[in-house]
Design a protein around this ligand. Structure first.
Ligand SMILES: [Zn+2]
Length: 446
C-alpha cells in the first residue's frame, strides 16, 4: 500500500540522500513536486510532546524514531535506539501526533460557492477534474491529513482509482486514498438529471451510477469493485421526494442485496442516509458506516452501536450549505436549522455510544481545511482528545487499518504531523500544521 521511495517524475529511480532531501525539501515543494526519501532513511523527531492516540496522555520529552518508512521506536529522549546516520529533526514547541484522517471526502469536487454541483458535473471535463483533484490532494496532505476515504467522484467515473495509483507511484504528493469510485444511487433519485431538466433531455453525465432492482444493484457493486473500489458507497435516501424532501431511495430488498454483494467481495459499505427511514433500512441491511445521519434518533444510534456500524457526522458540510444557500454568517451569532439539526444528531450519537469517526464531506468546502470538522466536533460536545482520536485511531479502525495507521506505535506507517502548542487543550492548533511526514517521507517542515 505504501512505498518507501517517493519522488518526482524527474527523480524517478534516482533516490536522493535523506540529507539532501532535508535541504531540498522546500524547493521540491515550491516546484509542486513531492519529496523523495532514501529507502533506508532514518529520522529522530524531537517535539515538545508526543501524543500517540493510544488512550494515554501526551508525553513531554519523548522522541519518535522512524526508519524505512515505519515507526521504529517511541519513548523518552535518550532511551530510544538511534540508527546510525539518522537525521535529527527538532520540532520545538510542538505536539507530534499521528497524521489526521478525514474519511468522508470528495477530492473531485470544489466548493459550491465557486461553482454549483450541477455545473461542476455538467461542464467540467473529467481530465480537468482529475488535475484539480491532484492539486486538492496535495493541499490536503500539506494540511496534515495523511488519509482520506474518498466517497464518490460525483460524475468523474473511475478517476479516483487513477489518482490513488498516481499518488502511490510517487507522481503526486497526496494522502493514502481509499476510494469508492462512482457510488450507487436508485434510478431517477440523484442528479443532475432528471430534476430541473426538461423530460426529453437524456444521457448527460450523472453524479453516480443508477441501478434498480436486485440484479442491477448487484451488477453495479461488481462493476465498481472490479474497477478498483475499496468501499462501496450507496445513497439510502436523497432529496427526491415531493417538494425536494429527503426520502428513502432503495427498497430493503435492494439494499440487502447490495450489502451482501459488497461483503461477498470483501468490501465494506458506506451509506449516505439523513432520514429516519433511510438510516433504518441501511442499518438493517448491515452497512458498515452511515454518513450524515442528521435526522438520527437515539434508537437508531443505539441500533448502530449494537451492530458495530460507525457514524460519520459531516458537521462542516452543514455549515457550508447554510453559508452558501441560507445566508448564514459563520460566527455571526444567528442560529441556523441545518447546523442545529446536525448538532442535535451529534449529541444523541455521543450519548448512545456509537463509534464516531471524523468525516467532513470536504469538497463541499475547501480542501485543506478539513480541520474544521474537528473544531465542529468539539463545538458540538466532544473533548479535543475525543475529536483527535476520531480523526486518528478511530478512523483507522473504521477503515480496518488499525494495524497499519492511526497511532504512534512501533511497526505502524510513519504518518506523523506536528502542530504548535497543545491541541489536546486547544483544538484550533490543528489549523496550523507545521510538519508533515507520510510513510517516512517529509512533505512539510518548519
Ligand atoms: Zn459526501
Amino acid at each position: 500500500m505504501r512505498r518507501n521511495l517517493i519522488c518526482s517524475p524527474f527523480l524517478a529511480g534516482a533516490p536522493l540522500l535523506a540529507g539532501a532531501l532535508l535541504l531540498a525539501g522546500a524547493l521540491l515543494r515550491a516546484a509542486g513536486v513531492c519529496a523523495a526519501d532514501a529507502p533506508s532513511g532514518a529520522f529522530v523527531l524531537h517535539p515538545a510532546q508526543v501524543w500517540s492516540a493510544d488512550g494515554k496522555a501526551a508525553h513531554a520529552g519523548w522522541s519518535v524514531v522512524v526508519q524505512d518508512g515505519r515507526i521504529l521506536a517511541v519513548g523518552a529522549d535518550g532511551s530510544v535506539p538511534t540508527p546510525t546516520g539518522a537525521h535529527r529533526i527538532d520540532l520545538p514547541g510542538t505536539t507530534l501526533l499521528p497524521g489526521l484522517m478525514d474519511i468522508h471526502s470528495h477530492l473531485f469536487l470544489h466548493p459550491y460557492n465557486e461553482k454549483l454541483w450541477n455545473d461542476q458535473v455538467l461542464t467540467e471535463p473529467v481530465a480537468y477534474r482529475t488535475l484539480r483533484a491532484a492539486r486538492q490532494a496535495q493541499a490536503t496532505l500539506l494540511a496534515g491529513f495523511t488519509v482520506l476515504r474518498d466517497l464518490g467522484t460525483e460524475g468523474a467515473d473511475y478517476a479516483d482509482v487513477s489518482l490513488k495509483q498516481a499518488i502511490e507511484d510517487g507522481l503526486y504528493p497526496g494522502p493514502h486514498l481509499y476510494v469508492a469510485t462512482r457510488a450507487i444511487v436508485a434510478t431517477g433519485t440523484y442528479g443532475p438529471l432528471p430534476r430541473g431538466f426538461r423530460p426529453d433531455i437524456c444521457c448527460t453525465p450523472q453524479g453516480a451510477q443508477e441501478a434498480s432492482g436486485v440484479p442491477e444493484v448487484i451488477k453495479a457493486v461488481r462493476e465498481q469493485a472490479g474497477r478498483g473500489a475499496d468501499w462501496i458507497k450507496v445513497y439510502a435516501d436523497y432529496r427526491w421526494g415531493p417538494g425536494g424532501s429527503a426520502q428513502p431511495t432503495f427498497t430493503q430488498e435492494e439494499l440487502n442485496a447490495l450489502v451482501m454483494a459488497a461483503h461477498t467481495s470483501g468490501r465494506p459499505v458506506a451509506a449516505h442516509a439523513t432520514t429516519v427511514e433511510g438510516m433504518r433500512r441501511a442499518i438493517l441491511a448491515g452497512v458498515d458506516t452511515i454518513e450524515h445521519g442528521f435526522d438520527g434518533t437515539e434508537e437508531l444510534f443505539r441500533m448502530m452501536a449494537a451492530r458495530g456500524i460507525a457514524y460519520l457526522p459531516t458537521l462542516t458540510a452543514q455549515e457550508a450549505y447554510a453559508q452558501y444557500f441560507e445566508h448564514y454568517v459563520p460566527g455571526g451569532g444567528a442560529s441556523n436549522e441545518l447546523i442545529e439539526n446536525s448538532a442535535r444528531a451529534f449529541r444523541l450519537a455521543l450519548k448512545s455510544g456509537v463509534t464516531i469517526g471524523c468525516g467532513s464531506d470536504v469538497g463541499v468546502f475547501a480542501h485543506g481545511t478539513n480541520y474544521r470538522e474537528l473544531e465542529w466536533m468539539v463545538r458540538d460536545g466532544m473533548t479535543p482528545v475525543q475529536a483527535l482520536l476520531a480523526a486518528t485511531a478511530v478512523d483507522a479502525r473504521i477503515l480496518r487499518k488499525d494495524g497499519e495507521l492511526g497511532q504512534i506505535k512501533p511497526g505502524l506507517a510513519a504518518d506523523l504531523i506536528a502542530v504548535p502548542g497543545d491541541p489536546l487543550q486547544s483544538i484550533a492548533a490543528v489549523e496550523h500544521v507545521s510538519f508533515v511526514m507520510k510513510g517516512g517521507v517529509i512533505y512539510k517542515q518548519p
